[in-house]
Ligand binder design. Structure first.
Ligand SMILES: *Cc1c(COP(=O)(O)O)cnc(C)c1O
Length: 393
């Protein structure tokens, strides 16, 4: 098309973009296009009916978003993957796809705060039966599953006390009962744990955390069996909680260094956990890589690394935490986790702020607990920082 004879209004709209087709790039283009155009209606119809590859409308599919979905599909050894605006969108869309009145879910008491709200508040409004078992009590879980259910929802390691749930064992029990198994793999990442290879049907990530790794984009992903992923994708298409190209680009970019970051964070977290365990002012350290961890043997079996998050409690109450945390220099006191920079916070005022002291106690969360998400800083500097702050107490 010759734009020269046209007016500026037209030239500004079409100039340089008439037939955009970028090849040979070293980083994937950020395609912020809402829709995709076709030269003729037959081609358009073939793409729309899935007979030919292509994109129609970005609420459904988008080339930049597809790059991220492919990355997670490959890393999780899955048949298919799809994505969402946030981790909670991935979780809620998955639960609402497979559950409904009378369709029961069995899960554990310890789960991410937002997931807990789904179980305790939103699902019951739709008459979805929810049974929550003691986290790590595998006999209780197996009995609940055998009693009949449609979906089993697991999260391991858990937030914030790093409990471990046996994915292979509970997947086997679920298969017998004919239930779909979904695992939130956010804390472990596909570098440290592969739920699908342990028997789960679907794996979910808050891509906001380790996958992105830089605290600058939000997203969620789901990977697993193609027919199941397809069902959730079809719900999300209409529900509309789609991921945009800009955050998809940032997350996919972050994932290029996922293994490097996780290997370092695994090693640093282990060193820090061992350091803290030997400190007189620290009453307990929660990290699945410690031999003293209750479920260390399950963790060894199902994980390739123990992760970048640990928790510890001080030998005092919340007042001590209030004094201790602000004197750390190499941490952001912030609610997120899985970033290149170290993040720390007390579950008492962040993830579990809605609970009473008694409820936290029942979940095994001491008032002086601190969740510490290890960044990629030099571990000697992090230990020196912790050491200086503990000395001040
Ligand atoms: C953060 C988080 C979520 C929720 O993800 P968002 O991206 O914040 O919506 C779910 N599960 C776990 C384990 C998380 O840490």
């Amino acid at each position: 098309m010759d734009l020269n004879p046209m007016q500026n209004g037209t030239r500004a709209v079409w100039g340089g973009e008439e037939d955009l087709d970028v090849r040979g790039v070293l980083s994937s283009p950020v395609v912020n296009s809402v829709a995709f155009s076709y030269h003729d209606l037959d081609e358009w119809h073939e793409v729309a009916t899935g007979k030919r590859n292509g994109f129609i409308y970005s609420r459904n599919t988008n080339p930049t978003v597809r790059v991220l979905e492919e990355k997670i599909r490959i890393l999780e050894n899955a048949e298919a993957a799809t994505s969402f605006a946030t981790g909670m969108a991935a979780i809620s869309n998955t639960l609402f796809t497979f559950l409904g009145p009378g369709r029961k879910v069995v899960s554990q008491k310890d789960s991410y705060g937002g997931t807990s709200r789904m179980f305790l508040d939103f699902l019951p409004r739709f008459n979805v039966p929810v049974e929550l078992c003691e986290t790590g009590d595998h006999e209780q879980m197996e009995a609940a599953i055998a009693g009949g259910c449609d979906l089993v929802y697991l999260e391991t390691p858990t937030n914030p006390t790093l409990k471990i749930v046996d994915i292979a064992r509970l997947s086997a029990a679920s298969k017998k009962a004919g239930a779909i198994v979904v695992v939130d793999n956010t804390f472990a990442t596909p570098i440290n744990q592969h739920p699908l290879m342990l028997g789960a049907d679907l794996v979910i990530h808050s891509a906001t955390k380790f996958l992105c790794g830089h605290s600058d984009a939000m997203g969620g992903v789901l990977a697993g069996k193609a027919d199941l992923v397809r069902k959730v994708f079809e719900f999300r298409e209409i529900n509309g909680a789609s991921l945009q190209a800009d955050p998809a680009y940032l997350i996919a970019r972050g994932m290029k260094t996922l293994e490097l970051r996780i290997e370092r964070q695994n090693a640093s977290a282990q060193r820090i956990a061992e350091y803290l365990q030997g400190h007189a002012r620290v009453s307990e350290v929660y990290y699945p890589g410690l031999k003293t961890h209750k479920d260390h043997s399950i963790a060894r079996r199902q994980m390739q690394g123990f992760g970048g998050i640990l928790s510890f409690s001080l030998d005092g109450g919340y007042d001590l935490v209030k004094k201790f945390l602000p004197s750390l220099k190499l941490v952001h006191l912030a609610a997120s986790l899985g970033s290149v920079s170290t993040l720390a916070g007390p579950p008492r005022t962040t993830s579990h702020v809605e609970l009473t002291e008694e409820q936290r106690k029942r979940l095994g969360i001491p008032e002086s607990l601190i969740r510490y998400s290890v960044g990629i800083e030099n571990v000697e500097d992090l230990i020196a920082d912790l050491d200086a702050a503990l000395k001040k107490l």
